[in-house]
Design a protein around this ligand. Structure first.
Ligand code: GDP
Length: 296
């Protein structure tokens, strides 16, 4: 079981008086607990180091008002810094671009790209009232193409046909042409992932990006992959101008540390959370909620 940061701090800082300022020593002890809590929440080590240092710098000398204990004062600073680092405000999709607006889905195999493509299509159709089209450029796995076709059928959205052996860029261009002619407002392009970062995959998705100039390039990442999420995110962010992140499988028991790592490493806002396997299981990202989860 995870111990929450507040109970950890309760033990460390209990002995201190209830007013005055946080001293260097208070903050040193509390920072140690913060570091442990973040590592247990699966935040990547370099991200933990940076984050703890920022909190430490803010906390030393900070005033402890009468209504707060030193632990609460420290925790409040941590919470504020987490929300700021996670992006502060909630950010939706950029729907202002010229239609058909293209959304390119990027991420490793199994991260939840196809499922999330369906979820976004459903949301755009039902909430934003857009005419949406889907296309799969995964020319290596017939099952992936079929999976997207089935999802599209279920939610009542057109899926542009594609087949194994075709060129992904040709598929995407043809789908975009078709979307234009059919007056589709959004085209969601699902892509092939790999089990780990690999050069051929990166070249392919970079070529897709160049060919179809997406308004949104979303990096999809499994929140359960913890420490690895940061390395994967860096590899994708180095090759693609990511406009947003979708963190999936947040309904699992991970503490959500991947959110902090991925946001820090990519600089791109987390836009949605996947919270289940169903097409309706997509939530808009709220930094404060995941901040509370990370802190336990
Ligand atoms: P892809 O290879 O990146 O396209 O990944 P898929 O969309 O096929 O998803 C891989 C697996 O993760 C499937 O079994 C999905 O049902 C599951 N999955 C995707 N998103 C979520 C989520 O938010 N929560 C849960 N519990 N499962 C998810």
């Amino acid at each position: 079981m995870f111990e929450s940061l507040s109970s950890r701090l309760g033990n460390t800082l209990r002995a201190l008086s209830g007013s005055g300022r946080l001293t260097e020593d208070d903050v040193k002890n509390a920072s140690r607990e913060l570091r442990m809590a973040l590592l247990e929440a699966d935040v990547a080590l370099p991200v933990v180091r940076d984050f703890v240092e920022r909190v430490r710098a803010r906390a030393v000398g900070a005033e402890v008002t009468q209504s707060l204990t030193p632990g609460q004062a420290f925790l409040r600073i941590v919470q504020q810094e987490l929300v700021t680092t996670l992006g502060g405000e909630t950010q939706g999709l950029n729907l202002r671009a010229q239609p058909p607006l293209v959304i390119l889905m990027a991420g490793l195999q199994g991260s939840g790209k196809t499922t999330t493509s369906g979820k976004l299509a459903l949301r755009l159709k039902d909430v934003d009232k857009k005419k949406v089209m889907l296309v799969s450029c995964d020319v290596y796995r017939p099952a992936a193409i079929e999976q997207l076709r089935i999802v599209a059928e279920k939610i009542g959205v057109e899926c542009f046909p594609s087949a194994v052996g075709q060129n992904p860029v040709d598929i995407a261009r043809a789908a975009l042409d078709h979307a234009r002619r059919a007056y589709a407002e959004v085209l969601i392009v699902d892509t092939a992932g790999r089990t780990s970062v690999d050069e051929a995959m990166m070249q392919e998705i970079a070529a897709l990006h160049a060919a179809i100039e997406p308004a949104e390039t979303l990096f999809v990442v499994d929140s359960m992959t913890g420490q690895d999420a940061a390395n994967t995110a860096k590899a994708f962010a180095d090759r693609l101008p990511l406009s947003g992140v979708v963190l999936t499988k947040v309904d699992g028991d991970a503490r959500g540390g991947a959110a902090l790592s991925v946001r820090t490493v990519t600089g791109a806002p987390i836009k949605f959370l996947g919270v289940g396997e169903k097409s309706s299981a997509l939530e808009v990202f709220h930094p404060d909620r995941i901040a509370s989860r990370i802190l336990g």
